[in-house]
Design a protein around this ligand. Structure first.
Ligand SMILES: *[C@@H]1O[C@H](CO)[C@@H](O)[C@H](O)[C@H]1NC(C)=O
Ligand SMILES: *[C@@H]1O[C@H](CO)[C@@H](O)[C@H](O)[C@H]1NC(C)=O
Ligand SMILES: *[C@@H]1O[C@H](CO)[C@@H](O)[C@H](O)[C@H]1NC(C)=O
Ligand SMILES: *[C@@H]1O[C@H](CO)[C@@H](O)[C@H](O)[C@H]1NC(C)=O
Ligand SMILES: *[C@@H]1O[C@H](CO)[C@@H](O)[C@H](O)[C@H]1NC(C)=O
Ligand SMILES: *[C@@H]1O[C@H](CO)[C@@H](O)[C@H](O)[C@H]1NC(C)=O
Length: 486
C-alpha cells in the first residue's frame, strides 16, 4: 500500500523522498542549500560570459574569430555528384564555373568515364574520384535509383580526404551551375565553427510538399559547415540503413541531419529550378540576395535567345566574372517624360514597360515558365512565390533587351543590352525606336552589414543624344529615397 502511494506522488516528491531514506533530513537541507547556491553562481557566471560574447559579436565585422579572415573560395571544398554516363556531357556545366587555381573539390563517379571526358587537359575541371562500393546498403523506393546511396556517401568520402583549412563542404550535381564568389560571400555571414546546413527548397509547392519544405534540394546545391560535416560523415552509414525507403540522396542527408537535431538555414540564392520552359520570369526578378546556383538547365530553354544553353551560360559568365554580386540584381527606374518604367536585371536583361508600373508589381515573377511535372495541369500547379501574368501578345509585354557586351573601367562597368528582335511587338510604341540600353554601374562589394540587411539599388535614366539608345546609371539609393515615379 505505502509503496503504491509513493509512486502516485509527483516527480518532485519522489526525488525528495528517495534520498530521504538514506540521508537524515538536516543533512539533506544543507546539501540542497549548497546545491542551489552553486546553481545561482553558475547562472550568474554563464550569463556574464554570454553577454560578453554577444558584445564581441557586435563589434566583429564577420562572425568568425578576430584572427581569421572572412570566408572566401579557398575555404570551400566542393563535392560534385556525377556518373560515368552523365559526366561526358554535363562536365560542360562544371567547366563554366570551376577555377582550378582558386577552388578545391572532386567529381564523384560510379566508375571510370570514357577517356574522351577526362583526357582533354585544356579544360579546367575538378579531379575525378570513383565512389566506394555501396552494394551492402538497402534501397527499397519503388522506381527510384540506387545511386542515391552512393551520392549520399559523398559526404563521408569528401570529409575523408582530410583537406586542410576547410570551413564548408559544398554539395551539388553535375548540372548544378554555381556562382562561387556569391556562395562564399553568402557563407561568410555564418560562423563556420557552428553546425550549419544551408540551402533552399524547391520552387514547386508540390515537390516541397512531397519531400520537405525544410530540405535543401540537392540539385540547387547546399553547404554543410566543417564540424557538422565531420559528425554527419561518422553517422551517415547508420542513417543509410534506416532510410532505405526514401527516394533521393538529399532526403537521406536531410533525415540524417534531422536526427542530429539540425534544421535547414534557407538562402534564397540557391535555385533547384523545378520548372520548365522559359526561365525569363525567374531570372528577371531575382530576390534581393546574391544568386548562388542554377540547376536543371538541360530541361529549360536556353536563357538567352538564339544560342545553345552552354553558349548562353558562357555569355552570362562573361559578366559573372566582372561583377558577381550584381548579377541578376533587379533595379527599377522611371522615365517621366515618356511615361515608361525600366526594370534592369543586371547582366541579363532590361525590360521597358509602357506606362507606370509600381515596384511591388515589378518584383513579382512573370509567369513565363511551366510546372516541373508535365502531367500537372498548369492551372492547378502551385509555386512558392507570387507571380503575375506574362501576356501571350508581344504588344502587351514589355520590350525586352538582352545582354550584349560588357566593358569595365576601374570604377564603372558598362553593360550593353540589345533589343530582342525575335519576339518583339511590331506595333507603334514609345520605345519602338529604342535599340540599345547602356547601363553604368559601380562594382557591387557587399560587406557583412549589407549581406545581413540588403537594400535594393536605385537608378537614373540619363539624357541620351539618340532615341535609339537609353543610358541608365545604377547607384546606391539616398537615405529616404523611394523607388517610385516622382
Ligand atoms: C578540349 O576542350 C576545349 C574546350 O572545351 C575544346 O575547345 C577542344 O576542342 C577540346 N579538345 C579536344 C581534343 O577534345
Ligand atoms: C585521413 O586521415 C585519416 C586519419 O588520420 C587516415 O586514416 C586517412 O588515410 C586519411 N585520408 C587520406 C585520403 O589521406
Ligand atoms: C542568331 O545568331 C546568328 C549567329 O550567331 C546571327 O547571325 C543571327 O543574326 C542571330 N539572329 C538574331 C535574330 O539575332
Ligand atoms: C488554364 O486557364 C486558362 C485561363 O483560365 C485557360 O484558358 C486554359 O485553358 C487553362 N488550361 C488548362 C490546361 O486547363
Ligand atoms: C555598346 O555598343 C556600342 C555600339 O552600339 C559600342 O560602341 C560600345 O562599345 C558598347 N559598349 C560596350 C560596353 O561594349
Ligand atoms: C575611382 O574610385 C576611387 C575611390 O572611390 C576614386 O578615388 C577615383 O578617383 C575613381 N576613379 C575614377 C576614374 O573615377
Amino acid at each position: 500500500m505505502h509503496r503504491v502511494r509513493r509512486n502516485q506522488g509527483t516527480m518532485n516528491r519522489r526525488l525528495l523522498k528517495i534520498p530521504g531514506e538514506i540521508l537524515t533530513s538536516s543533512r539533506l537541507k544543507d546539501l540542497l542549500l549548497i546545491f542551489s547556491s552553486l546553481c545561482i553562481l553558475y547562472l550568474v557566471v554563464s550569463h556574464y560570459r554570454i553577454s560578453t560574447l554577444l558584445q564581441i559579436r557586435h563589434t566583429q565585422p564577420y562572425p568568425s574569430s578576430s584572427s581569421s579572415p572572412p570566408t572566401s573560395l579557398s575555404h570551400l571544398a566542393f563535392a560534385i555528384a556525377s556518373s560515368s554516363k552523365s559526366w561526358p556531357n554535363r562536365r560542360h556545366y562544371v567547366r563554366l564555373w570551376w577555377k582550378p587555381q582558386l577552388m578545391r573539390g572532386y567529381v564523384f563517379l560510379d566508375r571510370k568515364p570514357p577517356d574522351s571526358a577526362t583526357t582533354n587537359t585544356t579544360e579546367s575541371l575538378p579531379p575525378v574520384l570513383i565512389s566506394e562500393d555501396t552494394s551492402r546498403f538497402p534501397y527499397t523506393y519503388k522506381g527510384g535509383l540506387r545511386s542515391a546511396i552512393r551520392v549520399s556517401r559523398i559526404v563521408s568520402e569528401i570529409v575523408a580526404r582530410n583537406l586542410s583549412d576547410v570551413r564548408w563542404f559544398v554539395f551539388g550535381d553535375d548540372d548544378t551551375v554555381f556562382f562561387p564568389e556569391n556562395l562564399a560571400k553568402t557563407l561568410s555571414k555564418y560562423d563556420h565553427n557552428r553546425w550549419y546546413y544551408v540551402g533552399s527548397s524547391s520552387e514547386s509547392f508540390e515537390q516541397n510538399s512531397r519531400f520537405s519544405f525544410e530540405m535543401a534540394f540537392g540539385g540547387g546545391g547546399f553547404a554543410i559547415s566543417y564540424p557538422l560535416a565531420r559528425v554527419l560523415a561518422r553517422v551517415m552509414d547508420s542513417c543509410l540503413m534506416r532510410y532505405s525507403h526514401l527516394y533521393g540522396s538529399d532526403s537521406r542527408i536531410f533525415s540524417c541531419l534531422a536526427e542530429l537535431g539540425v534544421g535547414l538555414t534557407h538562402e534564397s540564392g540557391f535555385h533547384q529550378v523545378d520548372i520548365r520552359g522559359n526561365l525569363f520570369g525567374l531570372l528577371s526578378a531575382h530576390p534581393l540576395a546574391p544568386i548562388i546556383s542554377l540547376h536543371h538547365l538541360d530541361s529549360v530553354d536556353p536563357i538567352f535567345p538564339n544560342r545553345s544553353q552552354i553558349q548562353a551560360l558562357e555569355h552570362l559568365f562573361n559578366v559573372v566574372n566582372v561583377d558577381p554580386a550584381r548579377i541578376l540584381q533587379q533595379t527599377v527606374c522611371y522615365d517621366q517624360s515618356n511615361s515608361q518604367t525600366v526594370s534592369v536585371s543586371w547582366g541579363y536583361a532590361v525590360q521597358v514597360f509602357e506606362g507606370i508600373q509600381l515596384l511591388p508589381d515589378l518584383i513579382l515573377m512573370q509567369r513565363t515558365f511551366m510546372p516541373w511535372r508535365r502531367s500537372l495541369n498548369v492551372n492547378l500547379s502551385h509555386f512558392m512565390f507570387n507571380m503575375r501574368v506574362f501576356p501571350k501578345d508581344p504588344c502587351k509585354r514589355p520590350s525586352i533587351f538582352f545582354l550584349g557586351n560588357v566593358l569595365t573601367n576601374t570604377n564603372v562597368t558598362q553593360s550593353n543590352y540589345s533589343k530582342d528582335t525575335i519576339r518583339s511587338c511590331l506595333k507603334k510604341s514609345a520605345s519602338q525606336n529604342l535599340e540599345q540600353i547602356k547601363v553604368f554601374s559601380p562594382k557591387l562589394e557587399l560587406d557583412y552589414g549589407q549581406l545581413q540587411a540588403p537594400r535594393r539599388h536605385c537608378c537614373d535614366i540619363l539624357p541620351s543624344s539618340s532615341e535609339k539608345v537609353m543610358k541608365i546609371r545604377i547607384r546606391q539609393c539616398l537615405d529616404e529615397e523611394i523607388i517610385s515615379m516622382h
